[in-house]
Ligand binder design. Structure first.
Ligand code: ZN
Length: 427
């Protein structure tokens, strides 16, 4: 092949993979970023592409790696008023160079992107980037293997064990390779800051939190009333999750303000799964509403604290109705805007439009009612958790079990079974 596209979310090792390929092949490696070609001045990008390929031909055999190729290779817009001449000239030059390879040119072009859907189809034609390699986020076992690599240079209390790496992997669903490297490094820094002799599990736990939600902001002082609101809000989410079968299990809930989570935040443990059932979807919506509903039940007034939650709920309801065919009234039809001018030309009738509106409302109202019923029934538990949160600021899964008993269902999550259940707790 002349070229291949490496696609995947940020931090999954596209650049590393390209470098490793060059290393294995024992050839020089030229790395550029797509954004380097995008300049204000017309013609500069194209001439840079020409120079790059000229150098590559001299060094051949070699591998060129173009990161963020979507910066130049994004689909050429057909109807846009303001076409980007410079970007198009750069893209065309790239295509010309790749077409100009003959079989004696031993230059392979790899390109990285996290938006493969955005790329111009012309790039994917045979003889150009015709191979498409997907690098996805690692699953539980994948993360465990990556942890083992990044744990090995750290000074730990015990030699790196399967159980320890597995436990960290279980605690960090959705982490990419780069996140894991970052987390191990943070843990070592935190241990050093505390003058610890070893990097321990608690250091990893703070590091994981830091990677997910940012640094604690102890300087952000909440008034006692605000703190109480946040505690009851978070307790509402936590209780909903605790008694809903398909909600993700809770690991920790905290009301210490942090970088991205303005007020409180909770850490859950989603399963590595690829399909979500309708009931699961509904349970997630109920759980997201738990904060606001708890405020409604426990205070005279409601706050802006639920803004993010409501956005999430609305997005989920829209997805159910518009994309997933989860409304009996509308049937299994996808309502997707055909082009960006949807505001002008709606692809469906006024009645359908009204029905969509009504169905989205119904789905959210149903979830709200179920949430309210649940939290009214469990109002004592909400209070217990909220008051404990007010005094301790952080509650773990163990604290929750102590306060309100274990969840009434078995944890289905593989990570729990394998690495987090009490009998595998000791290292
Ligand atoms: Zn919330």
């Amino acid at each position: 092949p002349r070229g291949a596209i490496l696609s995947g979310p940020p931090g999954t090792g596209k650049t590393l993979m390209a470098k490793a390929t060059a290393g294995e092949a024992g050839v020089p490696f030229l790395s550029v970023s797509g954004s380097e070609f995008v300049e204000m001045f017309v013609g500069v990008g194209a001439s840079r592409v020409r120079d790059l390929f000229k150098t590559a031909r001299k060094m051949a055999p070699c591998i060129i790696f173009i990161d963020e190729i979507d910066a130049i290779g994004g689909a050429r817009e057909k109807n846009s008023m303001r076409s980007n001449d410079e970007k198009e000239a750069t893209l065309n030059q790239l295509l010309v160079e790749m077409d100009g390879f003959d079989s004696s040119d031993h230059v392979v072009v790899l390109a990285g992107t996290n938006r493969p859907d955005m790329l111009d189809k012309a790039l994917m034609r045979p003889g150009r980037f015709d191979r498409h390699i997907v690098l996805d986020k690692p699953d539980l076992e994948g993360r465990k293997a990556i942890y083992k690599i990044h744990l090995s240079p750290l000074k730990l209390e015990f030699p790196v064990s399967d159980v320890f790496a597995g436990k960290l992997a279980a605690l960090t669903p959705g982490f990419s390779g780069a996140d894991i490297a970052n987390c191990c490094n943070e843990a070592a820094l935190i241990a050093a800051r505390h003058d610890a002799d070893f990097v321990e599990l608690k250091h990893f736990e703070s590091a994981i939190e830091r990677v997910i939600v940012g640094l604690e902001q102890r300087s952000r002082v909440l008034s006692p009333e605000e703190k109480k609101t946040v505690a009851y809000h978070e307790a509402g989410h936590a209780i909903c999750g605790w008694y809903l079968k398909y909600a993700d299990p809770l690991l920790k809930v905290s009301i210490i303000p942090r970088g991205q989570a303005a007020l409180g935040y909770a850490q859950y443990l989603p399963d590595d799964q690829y399909l979500t059932s309708q009931e699961q979807f509904t349970h997630r919506m109920i759980m997201a509403l738990g904060g606001r509903v708890s405020e409604e039940l426990n205070f005279d007034d409601i706050t802006t604290g639920a803004a993010d939650d409501l956005q999430k709920v609305t997005r989920m309801a829209n997805a159910m109705i518009l994309k997933l065919g989860m409304s009996k009234k509308l049937g299994t039809i996808v309502f997707e805007p055909k082009d960006t001018n949807m505001q002008v030309h709606k692809p469906y009738s006024e009645e359908t439009w009204e029905l969509i509106d009504a169905e989205v409302h119904r789905v959210i109202d149903d979830a709200h009612t179920r949430c309210k019923n649940l939290l009214t029934e469990k109002i004592k538990e909400v209070e217990k958790v909220a008051e404990e949160l007010l005094t301790k600021e952080v509650l773990t899964r163990e604290d929750m079990i102590r306060l309100i008993g274990p969840r009434p269902f078995e944890e289905k999550n593989e990570a729990f079974k394998k690495y987090l259940d009490p009998d595998t707790k000791q290292q």
